[in-house]
Structure formats: structure tokens, C-alpha cells
Write a protein that binds this ligand. Structure first.
Ligand code: FPP
Length: 288
């Protein structure tokens, strides 16, 4: 199946190509990356700018991370763009964020589509302004046949909201006689969540130094590896993303088993020092 984001691949610098090759050689990239994009407000305040300037710059990071994910062949990228709790922010900030979302979708739709990205959204979407709902539906429908990166925007979303919603739907199906309580398993429960059909996140990144999951994908991150960085979201670009991915590749995921059991299982690829060195040198060179 054709998965390549052709235009983006051909626009990469030669250094970037080298970096991505080194990462791919690790043979251990996550299938699904989830990101809590935090620190936009602090980024703006530190520059004496209104908070919305931080969100605006945050869009540049969204663009770069989406592109880098697609270029690397990562299957799923889920971004926490607006939580249920974010509705409590000052009205001016909420409406500015909604306008930015609309702007992003309008401005990027053609390019995302050309690069084989499939747009998806989770959350209480009916709570969004009609204009945002409209462009979101258009983006989802237009990219539905794409086979590359699945970009999921979590909007008016919270993990508890999704879990409660799933419980309600399961209870209804039990009442209608479509299910019996004994049928309820991990798998069945997952199939009632808004992330049904996606693999669970392998890596959860949070920017701005906070060590919280803030009601994001609560069920789905049971075994996710966590990566937290002090970098504020508007400053989080592909170089640091590559670091997070290389860091993930070095970890041993045991899923409750022992190290010996994991080594004996076929999906364990030993970490290769020479690639680590090559990768670190390249990232260092880019920074300098
Ligand atoms: C958290 O920073 C960020 C948000 C609540 C919104 C994230 C939105 C964007 C990056 C732009 C739009 C997104 C897309 C997908 C187009 P904060 O405001 O809580 O920062 P602070 O903790 O420093 O105050």
C-alpha cells in the first residue's frame, strides 16, 4: 500500500535525510505517538506577548511534527489540541484557539491531503463552533481514503469523558440484549472508545516539563512509554522529536514480563551503539 508523503520527502535537507535514516535503522520507531502540547502560554508570556501568540507559534510546531512523523512512516499521531477542561479558559482565548484551529485546517488541508495524511478527530465534537465542525468534517471526508499518517486531533476531549461515554453505550447494548456483562473484556471495552481501531500509543510526549497525563487517553496509555521535556511546545521541533524517538527506541518494553522473556521474544531488537553514536553526532551538529 502506498504510504509515502512524496512532496515532503523530496523537500528534506540532506542532513535531515541522514538523521531520519539513522532513526529508521534503529528499527524500533513507535507505531503511535501521542502528544500533550503544553507551554504555549508560558512561551508567549516570556516574550511579553499575548497568550494567543504562543498558540500561533505552536501551530508551526504542529506542522513540523506532523511532517516529520509522516516522513518517518509513523502510523498514528494524536495531538491533544483542546481538552474538556480548556472550555474554562477566558472566552477570548477559547475563541482565538477555535479560530486558529479553523485556520490550520483550511490552510493545511491541501498539503496534508497531497502528502497522504488521513485526518481524524476524537472528542465531543458537537461542542465545537459550527464553522470548526464544518471544516473538520470536510477534512475528515476528503482525506478518508489516504493511507499514510493518521493525524488525530483530540478536541473537546478528555479520557474520562470517553470512558464514561463507552460505559453508557455498553450499558445500552446490555439493556437491548446485544451484549451480556460476561462479554465485557479489555478488547470489547476498547472497541467502544473513540480511539477504536487504532493501536494504543507506544509513546506519550509531554512538553513544558509537567509530569501529568491531564486526562488524556487514560485507557489507551496503559503501557505507553512517557517522554517529558522542559521545552515549551512552540520550541518543540523535529530535532527534539528525533531525540524523543531515539530515546524510545532504546527502552525495553516489558509489558509486565521479565527482561529474559522479552529478550527471548521475537520483537526485541538489540540497541545498536554505532547508530546511537551516529544519531547523537548528527543531532549535535544540527544544534550547533
Ligand atoms: C497548552 O498550552 C496548549 C493548548 C491548550 C492548546 C494547543 C493548541 C495549539 C498548539 C494550536 C492549535 C492546534 C492545532 C492542532 C492546529 P498552555 O496554553 O496551557 O500553556 P501554559 O501551560 O504555558 O499556559
Amino acid at each position: 500500500m502506498e504510504r509515502q508523503p512524496h512532496q515532503w520527502l523530496s523537500e528534506r535537507s540532506s542532513e535531515d535525510v541522514e538523521c531520519q535514516r539513522a532513526l529508521l535503522a534503529l528499527e524500533r520507531l513507535p507505531r503511535h505517538v501521542a502528544i500533550i502540547m503544553d507551554g504555549n502560554g508560558r512561551w508567549a508570556t516570556a516574550r511579553n506577548l499575548p497568550r494567543i501568540a504562543g498558540h500561533r507559534e505552536g501551530i508551526e510546531s504542529v506542522r513540523d511534527i506532523v511532517k516529520a512523523s509522516a516522513e518517518l512512516g509513523i502510523g498514528y499521531l494524536t495531538l491533544y489540541a483542546f481538552s474538556t477542561e480548556n472550555w474554562k479558559r477566558p472566552e477570548a482565548e477559547v475563541s482565538a484557539l477555535m479560530r486558529l484551529l479553523e485556520y490550520y485546517l483550511r490552510a493545511e488541508l491541501d498539503e496534508l491531503d497531497r502528502n497522504n495524511v488521513r485526518i481524524n478527530a476524537i472528542g465531543k465534537l458537537v461542542a465545537l463552533p459550527t464553522r470548526v465542525q464544518r471544516i473538520l468534517t470536510r477534512a475528515i471526508e476528503r482525506t478518508a481514503g489516504n493511507t499514510g499518517l493518521v493525524l488525530t486531533l483530540a478536541l473537546s476531549y478528555s479520557g474520562r469523558w470517553d470512558i464514561v461515554r463507552a460505559v453508557q453505550m455498553i450499558a445500552l447494548d446490555v439493556r437491548r440484549g446485544k451484549l451480556s456483562p460476561e462479554d465485557i473484556s479489555d478488547e470489547l471495552f476498547g472497541s467502544y472508545l473513540s480511539t477504536a481501531g487504532m493501536p494504543e500509543p507506544d509513546l506519550l510526549i509531554r512538553t513544558s516539563g509537567e509530569l501529568r497525563v491531564s486526562n488524556f487517553l487514560l485507557w489507551e496509555i496503559a503501557y505507553a512509554e512517557l517522554y517529558s521535556t522542559a521545552t515549551l511546545w512552540p520550541d518543540f521541533r523535529r530535532q527534539e522529536y528525533y531525540h524523543a524517538l531515539a530515546n524510545y527506541a532504546r527502552r525495553e518494553r516489558r509489558f509486565g514480563m521479565t527482561s529474559e522473556q522479552v529478550s527471548a521474544s521475537s520483537n526485541s531488537v538489540p540497541y545498536r551503539t554505532y547508530i546511537k553514536e551516529l544519531f547523537d553526532t548528527l543531532v549535535q551538529r544540527r544544534k550547533g
